[in-house]
Design a protein around this ligand. Structure first.
Ligand code: SAM
Length: 239
């Protein structure tokens, strides 16, 4: 997969070279290019923003540098990911879909965001996804691009050392993950649940499924269907 990032803070994306993405770059599974948008701004100060039409606070990212970047990077046919608080909430289903693409181009906004015509033009030559990380506002799109990248690339076959770690994860099938424990058996007075030490694999699987349903019902009832919610309510411990 080829990944391009358009940003005015290339150094913000340095973590892409770390850990698992770094190894995937070395092995050739991922090709990553971070581009400073200012290289396509031609005035003395490499200006990439201007005041908004119609007035209002803040600045808007100008369209021309993006247009030149699109031409030079030949983005036609790519999937263009635009992190924005006004996008659709980014989900595991989006990550799974993006993991099947050959090329992702991230547009990292700053200030009040990017001139709308950049997105309209991109949509005429590429597949544009406007995605929100959550219902809050960040200073820029870089952190969101990093989060989306990490969620996507770990799903590419061959990326994870142990593909089994992708099984039974939160959001994989609509339920949150069960609680995990490791050694020691007792820590600061807290015991590992007895069932996990029983060696009874059927009972352990049933306990974990119950924990997943209860957790999801308590923390994210929005993820459960009405019937699942009703059965989870009956599993919930008395308080
Ligand atoms: N004026 C914009 C609004 O109210 O929707 C907020 C702009 S924000 C200060 C600057 C940039 O941060 C955005 O263009 C976007 O790239 C990024 N950003 C902020 N919050 C985000 C979120 N929740 N999800 C994804 N990207 C976000």
């Amino acid at each position: 997969m080829k990944l391009d990032y358009l940003t005015i803070f290339p150094e913000y994306l340095a973590p892409l070279q770390l850990s698992l993405p770094g190894k995937a770059i070395e092995s050739g599974l991922l090709e990553i290019a971070v581009h400073d948008i200012r290289q396509w701004a031609h005035d003395r100060h490499n200006t990439v923003d201007d005041t908004p039409y119609g007035g209002g606070a803040g600045m808007v990212m100008k369209p021309e540098p993006f247009g030149e970047a699109f031409d030079e990077l030949a983005i036609a046919g790519a999937t263009v990911v635009v992190p924005t608080p006004s996008g659709r909430p980014f989900t595991q289903a989006d990550a799974e879909d993006l993991a099947t693409k050959d090329r992702l181009v991230f547009l990292c906004g700053r200030y009040e965001g990017i001139d709308q015509r950049v997105l309209d033009h991109a949509a005429s030559i590429a597949d544009v996804r406007e995605l929100s990380l959550g219902d809050y506002v960040l200073n820029g799109g870089e952190v969101a691009a990093l989060a989306i990248t990490e969620a996507v690339v770990r799903l590419i076959p061959g990326f994870m050392g142990n593909a089994e770690s992708l099984v039974e994860e939160s959001h994989q099938d609509g339920l949150l993950e069960y609680p995990s424990y490791t050694k020691p058996q007792t820590w600061r007075g807290h015991e590992v649940p007895e069932i996990l030490r029983s060696g009874n694999h059927g009972a352990i699987a049933a306990w974990r499924l119950e924990q997943r349903r209860v957790r999801t019902a308590e923390r994210r009832p929005d993820l459960l269907s009405v019937s699942e919610l009703a059965s989870s309510e009956s599993l919930r411990p008395e308080r």
